[in-house]
Design a protein. Structure first.
Ligand SMILES: O=P(O)(O)OC[C@H]1O[C@H](O)[C@H](O)[C@@H](O)[C@@H]1O
Length: 445
């Protein structure tokens, strides 16, 4: 059976330099397992995939089935870690034109609370007026402003369109076991709820109900997703030799590149379905490492699309970047370039070749060009885009992130910097309790 593989041979980091990270990387991996490092009260995700019980899967699947039976559209309300994991997996697995399919087996998944655009909000509410829909509201803290506003509006619509009683069948809340406004509200209203464990931070929560319920509602196999993660846990566990552990290798190489002045890591995909996987990865690494005036800036591009827009910069701009390419070995379907007798477009040299073969040559050609242009390359390959390998890739990047953050010397499990904008926003909105901040910020304007 094939697994996710990493190739660091084009990273420009010599084997003995990588080897130099062995002791540190493996000590950091042990610290994640033994909970002896920074942020050790947020390490529930390390063991989590292997601990999900059959009863928990069955509860998620039954709830998903009930929602699927009732609703043509399901709005997933959440932001950051309460949004990106579900969307990464759902977009990764869904048909690219999912929302246009007419003979449907699965509800269309829509998203809210991930922005405060008034037009977006209006258009969503307007669209849902005459549709059969349900809502999954997700917030670990239960107090995040963006999803709270969206949920207040959606709750009002559900109650008006259906009834307060029916709302209990059409709204599911995923939040902290005890704390937060959403927990209080869900208890009071009698909604079905799922718990986000205390020791799992938002950006590490995709394999909790936060990701699993929306993914199951969208019609995907959550047991396979989690199995992939469990197997990747085995392949990256403390007993595995350093040079056989793909996560340790990744953590080592990216830290070495950072040390050499590569300030930006670009996650590259050649499959548009992986766009939101990159968004999930950006939060995972950005919030985990960007602190104490340190950290690689995580960026993302979709190739070959962005080769025609960002390709120039990557090839010849400031040499402070490296690329991590996520490549999918085999596509799930087959399209062959046809022969054309007239050959007016001059493409007959491609006739008979699969589109993926062209994509792979674009990938290889780009790799060589970028490495020649002094952009180091790390390659992460999965055999296929399915639940199982997405599960492997999720756990791979999570465990590598923990190790990498420890190598960098930060606490990868907090995000104190995110509060600065919230404080200012509340001060500007004159939230009760923020009187002094309101005065202070107004003086700065
Ligand atoms: O799940 P929630 O508590 O609503 O948080 C949603 C997101 O917003 C916060 O501001 C954090 O920066 C993120 O780490 C978090 O994932």
């Amino acid at each position: 059976m094939e697994n996710l593989k990493i190739n660091i041979s084009k990273s420009g980091v010599a084997a003995d330099v990588v080897k130099g990270y062995e002791k540190q990387a493996l000590e950091n991996l042990s610290a994640l397992y033994n909970k002896t490092g920074k942020g050790n009260d947020f390490l529930g995700w390390v063991e989590l995939p292997a601990q999900i019980t059959d009863a928990q899967f069955a509860d998620l699947e039954a709830t998903a089935a009930a929602i699927r039976a009732k609703a043509d559209y399901v709005v997933v309300v959440g932001i950051g870690g309460s949004y990106l994991g579900a969307r990464a997996v759902i977009d990764g697995l869904n048909n690219s034109f999912d929302w246009l399919q007419t003979s449907r087996k699965n509800p269309v998944i829509l998203y809210a609370g991930q922005n405060i655009g008034e037009d977006y909000t209006h258009e969503l509410l307007e669209f849902l007026q005459d549709k059969s829909f349900a809502v999954v509201v997700i917030s670990k803290s239960g107090t995040t402003t963006e999803p709270a506003i969206a949920f207040r509006l959606l709750k009002e619509l559900v109650e008006k369109k259906y009834s307060k009683t029916e709302a209990k069948e059409r709204i599911v809340a995923i939040t902290d076991a005890k704390k937060g406004a959403l927990r209080t509200l869900a208890t009071q209203e009698g909604y079905k709820t799922f718990v986000i464990p205390d020791d799992v931070g938002g950006r590490f929560s995709v394999l909790t109900p936060v990701g699993l319920l929306p993914i199951a509602i969208a019609g995907h196999n959550i047991r396979q997703l989690v199995k992939g993660a469990v197997d990747m846990k085995g392949l990256t566990a403390p007993g595995v030799a350093f040079d056989q552990n793909p996560a340790a290798q990744y953590a080592a190489v990216r830290n070495e590149l950072h040390k050499k002045g590569k300030a930006i890591e670009i996650l590259v995909n050649y499959q548009p379905k992986l766009h939101f996987f990159t968004e999930w990865w950006k939060q995972l690494y950005g919030e985990s490492e960007g602190k104490d005036n340190k950290g690689i800036f995580p960026a993302g591009v979709d190739f070959s699309t962005d080769l025609h827009s960002m390709g120039q910069w990557i090839q010849e701009g400031v040499r402070n970047i490296f690329e991590t390419v996520v490549t999918v070995k085999s596509p799930n379907t087959k399209v062959v370039v046809p022969n054309d007798a007239a050959d007016l477009d001059g493409l007959n040299f491609l006739a008979g070749k699969r589109v993926d073969e062209v994509n792979k040559m674009a990938e290889l050609g780009t790799l060589v060009a970028h490495v020649d242009g002094n952009v180091p390359n790390i390659m992460v390959e999965i055999p296929q885009l399915n639940e199982y390998y997405l599960g492997q890739m999720i756990y791979f990047f999570e465990i590598a992130c923990g190790m990498s953050g420890y190598i960098l010397g930060v606490n990868p499990f907090d995000q104190p910097g995110v509060e600065a904008y919230k404080k200012n926003m509340f001060a500007l909105l004159e939230k009760p309790g923020y009187e002094a901040e309101t005065k202070a910020i107004k003086a700065k304007l």
